[in-house]
Write a protein that binds this ligand. Structure first.
Ligand SMILES: N[C@@H](CCC(=O)N[C@@H](CS)C(=O)NCC(=O)O)C(=O)O
Length: 242
């Protein structure tokens, strides 16, 4: 048997070691980068109010920096740990920040993201309308729409409360009339500028358009054209199923 020529194997050996080190470095570096990109976590569920937040994050161009976790609030087992760690009511959405602070209201998440990024916020003269419509959508409007939705879609027809449905649909018509008038001469809630308020209220309008063939809003031309302006946006199309 001849002698092993160390010189002849040293070359390829060093080369292999360098390649291995390089691969290891690339792997850990890309993991580190991914982790640092995903410092905040948004809990989502398809068609739920988390759509407001995903849409706004996409408009802001920060959707890739957020770790999105789909969380089914009807899964009892998952709900137990989610309730303890994230959202006491086990509802969607919730945003967990880098420092562990948690925001558990869709409207507050949207306000936080827009303020933090200083983008899609209103000009001074529109601040009153901005807050007015955001808070109205997340409280009064969400409340009446949820009642209508639960009655129409999640209650057996023989158990439906007709009086309640009538009261809520009448109230919705008062809103639709008022909002339709408000929109006259405006492209968005804050005039010509698209803001976070449009992601919040726009979600309700999209939601209404999907209930019983859009009968709640189909007589309101300003609302219909507002919805089509929203639907023409890339971030909307990327967020909502067509
Ligand atoms: N006011 C809350 C409402 C959250 C909420 O009720 N989310 C619904 C879906 S849109 C949910 O998670 N429901 C599941 C359940 O109640 O079990 C917000 O706007 O974030």
């Amino acid at each position: 048997m001849g002698k092993i020529d160390l010189h002849s194997i040293a070359g390829p050996g060093v080369l292999i070691a360098v390649v291995c080190l390089w691969c290891y470095y690339r792997k850990t570096e890309s993991h580190r980068r991914k982790e640092s990109r995903h410092r905040i976590t948004l809990y989502t569920y398809p068609n739920y109010r988390s759509m407001r937040c995903i849409w706004l994050a996409t408009e802001l161009g920060i959707d890739n920096n957020i770790k999105m976790i789909e969380m089914d609030p009807h899964d009892k087992r998952k709900c137990e740990s989610y309730k303890t760690a994230v959202h006491p009511h086990c509802t969607i959405p919730a945003l967990v920040l880098e420092d562990g602070n948690t925001i558990i209201e869709s409207g507050a998440i949207c306000l936080y993201m827009a303020d933090f990024h200083k983008s899609l916020v209103p000009e001074t003269q529109w601040i009153a309308d901005y807050y007015n419509w955001i808070v109205y959508a997340c409280s009064t409007l969400d409340d009446m729409m949820e009642t209508i939705y639960l009655q129409w879609y999640l209650t057996d027809s023989e158990d439906q409360n007709e009086q309640l449905v009538k009261r809520m649909t009448d109230k919705f018509q008062v809103f639709a009339d008022y909002f339709n008038n408000y929109l006259k001469g405006k492209s968005f809630i804050c005039g010509d500028k698209f803001t976070a308020a449009d992601c919040i209220m726009g979600y309700n309008i999209w939601w209404a358009s999907g209930m019983r063939e859009g009968c709640l809003i189909d007589q309101y031309p300003e609302i219909i054209s507002y919805l089509s302006r929203l639907q023409s946006r890339y971030a909307f199309q990327n967020t909502f199923p067509s």
